[in-house]
Design a protein around this ligand. Structure first.
Ligand SMILES: [Zn+2]
Length: 336
């Protein structure tokens, strides 16, 4: 995931400062509230209750992470692309790479990046886009110990891919009028210096192509999965996804589906405003796009694993992946 809205960061810092000024009691109470809230949203669902293979999804997440970093334009990314291409082709998906050239932010040399597109039922003209980014950040630059260490991106990178990897198994049997495309965006965070380098290279390219060279099909909705594997899952509604008038009904319909299924980790309130690939799909391609993202990693009030060396598979769980995969799968079947 890219970053939080700068304003939110400032507000957050101000709040922290305010709490520090007011004193420890309030900060302590705040912590308790967060704990209580986290307890409240835990559903009783077990892996065996959920008809989405969370264990397999988790295995997939681990396999991708075993490659190491999957930074855009590196051998790690190429290895992941090979693995995914084989996987989705075996499931009957039509896999292609949408390549594009950018100037590497660090070396200045041209580098080829590629979004991976997997088409299911390509003959259907009305389509739903399910997406995630599959590149990982070059460094864990928020890590206090080792900001130049190795970043694995188990939640921020692999989790969305791992949900789609298992969702692919259901796509051949998908009934109804909608076809589905999975898109794995490259260059979401090929960022060495966040004041200098651009985010969302892949989604920007994909959205611009869709706008300038419109295909015959149209996307009714897009759903972005990012940081969906946290073992302590808290899925608040991302603020753009609620504020955009064309997207709000989509977002509400996903959270309604979660409620129907008893997946209480989908919390029907907004909490974070996040800058992510959905901005490109919405603003350039004009596709209503909901970002399903758990930005409280591991939970509200705790120091975050986000963009640190702590973002590893042991912080994620099969159960969380199963919950997200199930909700998206059931929502997809219900789209009218
Ligand atoms: Zn990130």
């Amino acid at each position: 995931m890219a970053n939080m809205n700068r304003q939110s960061v400032v507000i957050g810092l101000c709040l922290v400062a305010a709490i520090a000024v007011i004193g420890g009691v309030i900060a302590y109470n705040g912590g308790n509230d967060n704990e209580a809230q986290a307890q409240r949203v835990k559903s009783r669902l077990k892996l065996a209750d959920i008809p989405f293979d969370g264990a397999q999804s988790m295995k997939f997440l681990e396999n991708i992470c075993a490659i190491g970093g999957r930074v855009s334009g590196t051998p790690g990314m190429a290895k992941q692309q090979e693995l995914l291409k084989r996987h989705f082709t075996e499931l009957g998906g039509k896999v292609s790479l949408q390549s594009f050239r950018v100037r590497h932010p660090e070396t200045g040399f041209p580098v080829t990046l590629a979004n991976m597109i997997v088409e299911w039922h390509p003959e259907r003209q009305e389509r739903i886009l399910l997406c995630a980014h599959y590149d990982t950040r070059p460094f864990p630059d928020r890590d206090r110990q080792n900001p130049r260490g190795i970043f694995i991106g188990a939640n921020d990178g692999a989790s969305g891919v791992a949900v789609l990897a298992v969702l692919g198994q259901q796509m051949a049997d998908l009934r109804g009028k909608y076809g589905v495309d999975f898109v794995l965006f490259d260059g979401e965070e090929l960022v060495y210096d966040s004041n200098r380098d651009e985010y969302f290279l892949g989604s920007r390219y994909f959205a611009t192509e869709y706008k300038n060279n419109p295909p015959r099909h149209r996307y009714k909705y897009a759903v972005l999965l990012d940081m969906v594997g946290d073992a302590e899952l808290h899925l608040y509604q991302e603020k753009h996804s609620v504020r955009w008038r064309d997207t709000r009904p989509l977002t509400f319909s996903i959270w309604r589906k979660a409620k129907e299924l008893g997946v209480r980790e989908f919390i029907p309130r907004s909490r974070h405003e996040v800058r992510d690939d959905h901005l490109m799909l919405h603003d350039i391609a004009k596709i209503p796009t909901c970002d399903i993202i758990d930005f409280d990693y591991p939970r509200p009030g705790r120091l975050s694993y986000w963009h640190t060396q702590q973002d590893t598979p042991d912080k994620c769980s099969a159960l969380s992946l199963a919950k997200v995969g199930w909700v998206v799968s059931e929502w997809l079947k219900s789209v009218e």
